[in-house]
Design a protein around this ligand. Structure first.
Ligand code: GDG
Length: 485
């Protein structure tokens, strides 16, 4: 690790906390989601500041809750407060009804409303102002994800020499899909204001570069190692891919804690000889939950020998509940669970146990350890940390991962996980059967390779790669600045 002798300023849509009232006092608790899982351990190590929204109601109680939470570790919080209108149009609208579906190749779900775009720009400027108030010129400013792609433009215009990096946690779409975005040039141009643009996979980098070639044909593109350097008018922008990962050792350690062991014992006693298949996702149409439930129904139909011998635990964590597409999805999932259970249940056996809530970490780890098979079948996903966490938690070396070939994690896990096309329900049903009849030796062989890979390419590796690329990008910019003088 090189850079972070300097302060790290992480900027993301939300602060990594959620707030609730306890006996009339506002308390914060840790938030969940992939971005938080990855960034929070890094800030705890390095210290610094996290800039992000803290909701729509500014009050002394929120500031006190943040100060209280900050006392527990080495980094501070710098809250941004949004109006209801901003939250609706910038977050629910542009971020989650335009960019999120489009970047996951689901353009028919997009609502290209120009009001959303106005708010997106305005709110991105607000985040840029909050960041500029926080960051010194030597600090590393690291903007996160699709909600904040325009922040670079506003920050650069205010402070041309700042060290700015961006990481996109979701996929970058190919040009024929990206082309649908009415603001396609503005978004690309803003991304070129960073010193480094980080993407999750080689596929995303290829798509991003293809879009730049297509929509900004004057930009020169050089290849350096696996990355690319884009030469815009008077600046260079480095582009690279950095598959995000998990703190493997921490997961392993936590998975062995007494609380987890005890819960695991309870789960094993309850299930007896019945094998456990686990699905664990935020409620999101990109995660392929209805497709997976249909595939599970097909599996019970096509492979009746597994009836009464397997139970499918599907945990769905509530998410983006104010957006209509997500409300419809919840109903669809509930109907499918009822249909499969209605068709196959027998006295003493219900094939699907459905949980619509978040679960505490020790429960999650016990479930990972108890599950004979984890099915991670997104229609498209930036990475998918659940796939990596499942393997890290398998301290016994057992368990089989069924993984979508459209998850960002797929290139790393090919040959070790059972790969499926999530749209191919027959193929997913077959993979479930294959996972359940796999010999323990074969299971262990695959899991050994998976665990070795993730322990080597863990969150620290990701951070080091990213910071090394950031240093290289800045060294070039600073050389360029000296020459210009
Ligand atoms: C985005 C990209 C990319 C979830 N529910 C609970 C819980 N979680 C934790 C999991 C995991 C994380 O949330 C989910 O991460 P994913 O990567 O699977 O998915 P997204 O939230 O969509 O994340 C994704 C990621 O950013 C990072 O770049 O991989 O592609 O979409 O860490 O453990 N944790 C606990 N209880 C829950 O109920 N304790």
């Amino acid at each position: 690790m090189s850079s972070p002798a300097r302060r790290l300023i992480v900027v993301s849509n939300r602060l990594p906390l959620s707030f609730s009232l306890e006996n009339g006092v506002l308390k914060s608790s840790p938030g969940s989601g992939g971005l938080i899982s990855a960034l929070e351990p890094l800030l705890k190590q390095h210290g610094g500041v996290w800039v992000g929204s803290a909701g729509t109601e500014e009050s002394s109680a929120v500031h006190e809750a943040l100060a209280e939470a900050a006392r527990k570790h080495a980094f501070g919080y710098s809250p941004v407060f949004l109006t209801e209108e901003e939250q609706t149009n910038y977050y629910e609208g542009f971020s989650n009804e335009v960019i999120w579906p489009l970047f996951h190749d689901l353009q028919s779900r997009c609502r290209f409303d120009p009001t959303f775009w106005d708010f997106y720009r305005r709110v991105n400027e607000k985040f840029a102002d909050a960041t500029a108030a926080e960051a010194g010129s030597e600090d590393l400013v690291w903007i996160q994800d699709y909600q904040l792609m325009q922040v670079g433009r506003f920050l650069r215009s205010k402070r041309p020499h700042d060290r700015l990096a961006f990481f996109l946690h979701i996929p970058f779409p190919p040009p024929d899909i990206y082309a649908k975005l009415p603001w396609r040039r503005e978004i690309l141009e803003s991304l070129l204001e960073y010193d480094l643009v980080g993407l999750q996979t080689g596929r995303d980098q290829r798509n991003f570069i293809a879009c730049v070639r297509h929509f900004l044909p004057k930009i020169e593109i050089d290849k350096i190692g696996n990355g690319r350097v884009l030469r815009a008018q008077n600046r260079s922008v480095h582009v690279g891919y950095f598959p995000i990962s998990i703190p493997f050792r921490d997961f392993e350690e936590q998975a062995k804690q007494a609380e987890v062991e005890e819960r695991l014992r309870e789960l094993s006693e309850q299930s007896g000889d019945v094998r456990i298949v686990l699905g664990m996702d935020r409620l999101d149409y990109t995660k392929g939950i209805p497709e997976r439930l249909r595939a599970f129904g097909l599996f019970l139909r096509e492979y009746p020998e597994h009836r009464r011998k397997v139970v499918f635990y599907q945990i769905v964590v509530p998410s983006r509940e104010t957006i209509p597409e997500y409300q419809g999805l919840k109903e669809e999932v509930e109907q499918l669970v009822t249909r499969v259970n209605g068709e196959f249940s027998e006295p003493g056996w219900t094939p699907i146990t459905y949980m619509h809530r978040s679960v505490p970490k020790h429960e999650l780890l016990a479930l990972y350890r108890a599950a004979d098979v984890a099915v991670v079948t997104p229609l498209k996903d930036g990475m998918n940390l659940v796939a990596k966490e499942y393997c890290a938690a398998r301290v016994d070396g057992g368990g089989t991962l069924v993984l979508s070939e459209f998850a960002g994690a797929a290139p790393e896990m090919r040959g070790m996980a059972l790969m499926v096309n999530p749209y191919d329900e027959t193929g997913v049903a077959r993979a479930l059967h294959q996972a359940l009849v796999m010999t323990p030796q074969e299971q262990k062989r695959r899991m050994r390779h998976l665990r070795r890979h993730i322990s080597r390419f863990d969150l620290n590796w990701w951070r080091d790669q990213f910071f090394a690329a950031f240093d290289a990008a800045r060294a070039e910019t600073e050389d360029g600045n000296r020459e210009a003088v």
